[in-house]
Design a protein around this ligand. Structure first.
Ligand SMILES: NC(=O)c1ccc[n+]([C@@H]2O[C@H](COP(=O)([O-])OP(=O)(O)OC[C@H]3O[C@@H](n4cnc5c(N)ncnc54)[C@H](OP(=O)(O)O)[C@@H]3O)[C@@H](O)[C@H]2O)c1
Length: 334
């Protein structure tokens, strides 16, 4: 056990890409559990693009992280002290523990992790929020049918790589968009996409015409911006756009698609969703995802960096530089 609880606190609301000076790293005493509480030592931090949006003031689906507050983060850890009836020392748990070494919890929003099912890191990837986002976003909002064409942006990322695999399981033809030749090849050769496009070098609109000659039935969008505009121009009649995220817009003043009237032309819909609204259905999602993992139909891909609380700002930037393939995780040095 460490002598102190190192925390990463938000020091300023970033403009553009977050900088090291937007955070302060402070040492606090390791918390002690009161009645009904337990202490978690955090082993893995989930590094998510949404963290950037949580740093902004203004209306969103969760309140902004306040200046001076510990940066919000999902994580996995183990219970080191407990005065709680349902959690005992040694339990492996996931929850919103923050960017710090130790978290005090009442158990609210905390789930026990079964590493008999899969290694701990998979519970932040395919069996965690990423897998659930891919599962409910694609199936509930995209409503795929066999033979349909599914386009996925951010396809080599955590959510996107799972969306492509579920779409394939559902009998769809899959096209992925990602940055760089290495990711493009990885999507086809390792993840099983039918086709993939490197948006950094290709003429995206021309490639979409080639790969989706009859149009796109479902666009699962993680990226927004120019990628969304290119996809809008290629929609099949009755297409569904699943608005999962817009990572290209998170460090900028976002701008909407100029050609949104293509939704009307294609009699298409574009629906946003927030995975937290599916919390009552998580067990269904995890059971199905775990089944596919066990059967070998689904593979989980994690990109694990090793470091500590002070490495969080740098780790976050990796998402915006496209340095990750699959789920980005910061494994804390014990
Ligand atoms: N709606 C929900 O409830 C929900 C839940 C979870 C996540 N999300 C959203 O899902 C999306 C994916 O999240 P994730 O955790 O799976 O992250 P991720 O895709 O693993 O990582 C982000 C990826 O975005 C790409 N990217 C970064 N900047 C870009 C830009 N300017 N243009 C195009 N691509 C860019 C990079 O890949 P390249 O190398 O390909 O550029 C990077 O690897 C995010 O938008 C996130 O906010 C939504």
């Amino acid at each position: 056990m460490k002598p102190v609880n190192t925390q990463c606190r938000l020091a300023a609301r970033p403009t553009g890409l977050p900088k090291a000076t937007d955070f302060t790293i402070v040492d606090e005493p390791v918390p002690a559990a009161a009645d009904g509480e337990f202490v978690v030592e955090i082993d893995y931090l989930s590094i998510d693009p949404a963290m950037r949006t949580w740093m902004n003031a203004g209306r969103s689906y969760v309140p902004p992280v306040q200046i001076g507050e510990v940066m919000r983060a999902l994580g996995i850890g183990h219970v080191i002290a407990s005065r709680h009836r349902e959690f005992v020392v040694g339990d492996l748990v996931s929850g919103v523990f923050g960017v710090q070494n130790y978290a005090l919890s009442t158990g609210a929003g905390v789930a026990k992790i079964d590493i008999g099912l899969a290694p701990a890191t998979v519970h932040l990837g395919a069996l965690g929020i990423s897998g659930l986002t891919a599962y409910f976003g694609l199936l509930d909002i995209g409503r795929p049918e066999p033979g349909q064409t599914v386009l996925v942006s951010g396809a080599a990322g955590s959510v996107g790589s799972i969306v492509g695999q579920i779409a394939r399981i559902k009998g769809c033809r899959t096209i992925g968009i990602a940055g760089g030749e290495q990711k493009r090849r990885w999507l086809v050769e390792e993840v099983g996409f039918d086709a993939a496009i490197d948006y950094k070098t290709a003429d995206l609109r021309a490639e979409l015409k080639t790969h989706a000659p009859d149009g796109i039935d479902i666009f699962f969008d993680n990226v927004g911006g120019e990628t969304l505009e290119a996809a809008l121009n290629r929609l099949a009649r009755g297409a569904r756009i699943v608005l999962c995220g817009a990572v290209s817009q998170y460090n900028d003043a976002p701008h909407g698609p100029a050609n949104y009237m293509q939704l009307l032309v294609a009699r298409a819909s574009m629906t946003g969703f927030v995975i937290f609204d599916y919390v009552n259905r998580y067990p269904e999602g995890v059971a199905q995802l775990a089944g596919w993992l066990t059967e070998g139909q689904l593979r989980s891909h994690e990109h694990v960096e090793h470091g500590d609380v002070g490495d969080f700002p740098e780790a976050l930037l990796k998402l915006f530089n496209g340095e990750n393939t699959g789920k980005l995780i910061l494994a804390m040095r014990g």
